[in-house]
Write a protein that binds this ligand. Structure first.
Ligand code: HEM
Length: 318
């Protein structure tokens, strides 16, 4: 049975093994062929073989056009520092919580009506009549709290492990925006059932926003969408909750993960750092001068006033 990694190489690029090599039978002698002529595969057999190859060929066809396997190999097999532990899974756990919220939210949106007169009854309908409705609604409701808790724990991990420092400041800033957006999701979602608790809690939340400096009153006016909390507030909260903020979160998670892969993971603060690499003086035999073995910019550097090739400590003086 050939290895999967060999199968995943597209047929035109596959190295054909020579007769006698692993996986290939030895070339039979002519008299053997006379005595035992090889069986010709039937049309059905050939069709079966092609059918078995079809999914592999399809993946190879896409990969040749997308060059995705190089990216995926780089991402999935990237090196992680020694000492990483369960705390490093909190970011992925947050991502998982977000995906659960997105999937369950899509199903809830199929039955929910964002109207002041029908919102409450549509949720009651989901809970009482729809197949698995109460389960999906429960996952979404509890999942919101889980995501908020996880995002704070993940932020704590990155803070206490010093992962916000150079060169990851931008990822920290993106993270702060993700945190605000996660809180916005929780806040806007709370109003949607439009029961007594969500109605009054939203009024309190909007008023708290109004106490903020400078932008506070504008923010609360924007959220209330009118002098009183009512139908337009509910429509606005629904649009923010299911269109605006999830879109922004998806885009920012993309940027966040791109930076995680690009910059690598921060080593735990208690792991020992290696000795800093110090340039060792070496002797340039050609020029007879001491040269600098390597330079920070990889190009030539000057030692004893002589320009030398920085790559191997040798090279002709300029
Ligand atoms: C929706 C919210 C978020 C998601 C889905 C998310 C996801 C992730 C994932 C999967 C990783 C890589 C694995 C890990 O180190 O845990 C990561 C790393 C990181 N995250 Fe987040 N994150 C979110 C929010 C935040 C927040 C709120 C902050 C901080 C304010 C933050 C800052 C960082 C930093 C600095 C790293 C790099 C860690 C390192 O180099 O060790 N993230 N994030």
């Amino acid at each position: 049975m050939p290895k999967l990694s060999d199968l995943l190489v597209p047929a035109p690029l596959r190295k054909t093994p020579k007769p006698g090599e692993a996986g290939m039978p030895k070339t039979p002698a002519p008299q053997d062929l006379k005595e035992n002529p090889p069986e010709r595969p039937s049309d059905l057999g050939r069709f079966g073989e092609q059918a078995l190859e079809a999914p592999v060929e399809a993946v190879a066809w896409i990969d040749q056009r997308m060059a995705a396997s190089g990216f995926l190999t780089g991402m999935l097999f990237r090196k992680v520092p020694k000492g990483t532990n369960w705390f490093y899974t909190l970011g992925s756990a947050t991502l998982f919580a977000f995906i659960v919220q997105a999937v369950t939210g899509v199903f809830l949106a199929m039955f929910y009506t964002p109207s002041t007169t029908q919102a409450y009854s549509s949720i009651a309908h989901i809970n009482n009549d729809v197949f698995l409705g109460q389960f999906v609604h429960g996952m979404h409701k509890w999942g919101a709290s889980v995501m908020v808790i996880l995002v704070f724990l993940h932020m704590g991990r990155t803070f206490f492990f010093g992962a916000y420092k150079y060169p990851r400041e931008l990822n920290w800033v993106i993270g702060v925006v993700l945190l605000i957006l996660t809180m916005t999701m929780a806040f806007t979602g709370y109003l949607l059932p439009f029961d007594q608790r969500s109605y009054w809690a939203s009024i309190v939340g909007i008023n708290i926003n109004g106490t903020g400096p400078i932008v506070g009153p504008y923010l609360s006016d924007f959220l209330r969408a009118g002098p009183e909390l009512g139908a337009t507030t509910l429509s606005r909260f629904y649009a923010i909750h299911m269109l605006l903020v999830p879109g922004a979160i998806i885009a920012l998670i993309g940027a966040h993960l791109y930076l995680v892969v690009k910059l690598g993971t921060t080593a735990p603060p208690w792991t020992k750092t290696g000795k800093p690499r110090v340039a060792e003086p070496t002797t340039n035999l050609d020029a007879g001068v001491a040269t600098n073995g390597f330079s920070p910019n990889g190009a030539g550097s000057t030692v004893a006033g002589v320009q030398v090739d920085g790559h191997n400590g040798g090279g002709a003086p300029a």
